[in-house]
Design a protein around this ligand. Structure first.
Ligand code: FES
Ligand code: FES
Length: 81
C-alpha cells in the first residue's frame, strides 16, 4: 500500500491548544481521524505528521490525505478523484 486511504471527503475541524503537539494520520487507516492511532505500522510505508499548535485555535486537518500542505487542508479534497 503506497497510496493513502481517503478517510474523509472534507477536512476535520479540531480545536487545538497552544503548546500541544498533535500527530496527523497520513495513511488514512486510523480509526481516530484525523490523528494517528498506530494503524500505519501494518503497512510500514507511512508515518504520522507532527503538528505543534503555536496558538489555541481551530485547525482544519486534511481528511482526504491528498493535501499538498500536510497536515492541513489546502483544498485538494475538492479535486475529482
Ligand atoms: Fe495513519 Fe498512523 S495511523 S499515520
Ligand atoms: Fe484533504 Fe482538504 S481534506 S485537502
Amino acid at each position: 500500500m503506497t497510496t493513502p486511504v481517503r478517510a474523509s471527503d472534507t477536512p476535520f475541524a479540531v480545536d487545538v491548544e497552544q503548546g500541544k503537539d498533535y500527530w496527523w494520520c497520513s495513511c488514512g487507516q486510523s480509526k481516530a481521524q484525523p490523528f494517528c492511532d498506530g494503524s500505519h505500522k501494518a503497512a510500514g510505508v507511512f508515518a504520522p505528521v507532527k503538528f505543534s499548535a503555536e496558538v489555541t485555535s481551530t485547525v482544519y486537518f486534511c481528511g482526504c490525505k491528498a493535501t499538498g500542505h500536510q497536515p492541513l487542508c489546502d483544498g485538494s479534497h475538492k479535486k475529482a478523484v
